[in-house]
Design a protein around this ligand. Structure first.
Ligand code: ZN
Ligand code: ZN
Length: 248
């Protein structure tokens, strides 16, 4: 263990030197299984690998099967797959990470958290202060929001940054673990927002445990990532298309 997690990530971003204990993770990405997603999980995995991530959670809206498939396929891409989904609770969106079953939609916020915990997972609240995108904050008490396991304090699809700043301030005030998520709905967006996780084991369970313990650093909009993913995106897409073509 080192105490310089962010320093190691800096090295990683600048020179591609992989850190021993800090994993770079995409925790919020949608596949074509989401009503508003476009790309198959293979393309999300290919992009995650191309930008040098260690792990990814595919988190479709109220669907779990594509995420399970991503977990199965992830080792082929040298990735750790984290089983997850974005649950539409009665109050709004809740990310469920590390779950072993599908979480039903439409439950009250607290029951959604209970269901996620019963499924062995953690509840991370994405874009809590973005009402137009089903953020939960307008519909629940601050105490209820603080009962989440973690808050997504950086969502790369929020344009103004104001809602992200509010989320970060809330997490800091309540001492809650912080995560980032690209909220990618197309493969090219995967890796736009990264959570660096200081995990004890390089497994989905190790990552989930470390998030629960708050051993995270949020890495959003870092220029080197943008450059690297733009360069990699075209090639990654072609490779996936070739791979898909070879399957049929
Ligand atoms: Zn959402
Ligand atoms: Zn989402």
């Amino acid at each position: 263990m080192h105490d310089g997690g962010s320093r190691e990530i800096g090295w990683f971003l600048r020179g591609g030197i992989e850190a021993d204990c800090v994993l770079t993770v995409e925790l919020h990405a949608h596949s074509a299984r989401s009503y508003d997603g476009r790309d198959p999980v293979e393309m999300l995995l290919e992009q995650a690998a191309a930008v040098g991530l260690d792990a990814i959670a595919v988190t479709d809206h109220d669907a779990f099967d594509a995420s399970q498939r991503a977990v199965e396929l992830a080792p082929e891409f040298d990735l750790i797959g984290i089983p997850g989904m974005e649950v539409t609770s009665a109050a709004g969106h809740v990310l469920a990470l590390g779950i072993d079953r599908k979480i039903p939609k439409g439950l009250p916020f607290s029951e959604t958290l209970d269901a996620i915990h019963e499924a062995g997972g953690i509840a991370v609240v994405p874009h809590p202060f973005q009402k137009s995108r089903s953020g939960v904050a307008p519909n629940i008490s601050r105490a209820a929001l603080a009962s989440a396991d973690a808050i997504e304090v950086y969502n790369s699809r929020l344009l103004t940054g104001r809602a992200n700043r509010k989320a970060r301030a809330f997490a800091e005030k309540h001492g809650l673990p912080q995560t980032a998520g690209s909220d990618a709905h197309i493969a090219e967006m995967v890796g736009q927002a990264i959570t660096a996780v200081d995990a004890n084991s390089h497994t989905a369970a190790g990552i989930v445990d470390a998030i629960r313990a708050g051993k995270t650093t949020v890495e959003g909009h870092r220029t080197p990532w943008h450059i690297s993913f733009r360069q990699a995106a075209g090639g990654a897409k072609r490779r996936v298309k070739n791979r898909l073509a070879s399957l049929f």
